[in-house]
Ligand binder design. Structure first.
Ligand code: SF4
Ligand code: SF4
Length: 56
């Protein structure tokens, strides 16, 4: 999963929905810890601006 930081609004929705707490907010942008991520896709679905994609 990858965050497009130009699109990310910093709303925090993805971070609060991630089942394994792989997303942290840094400098007002979401950041995904790839070691923790289980690729469930929840963050992709929840993001209001489609800033998260499933590319590596
Ligand atoms: S794909 Fe799932 S596990 Fe990975 S960062 Fe998104 S919500 Fe968290
Ligand atoms: S849900 Fe989307 S806009 Fe909101 S913090 Fe996550 S990546 Fe950024």
């Amino acid at each position: 999963m990858k965050v497009n930081k130009d699109k990310c609004l910093g709303c925090g929705a993805c971070a609060s929905m991630c089942p394994v707490n792989a997303i942290t907010m840094k400098g007002g942008k979401a950041e995904i810890n790839k070691k923790k991520c289980i690729k469930c896709g929840t963050c992709m679905q929840i993001c209001p601006v489609s800033a998260i994609t499933d590319e590596a």
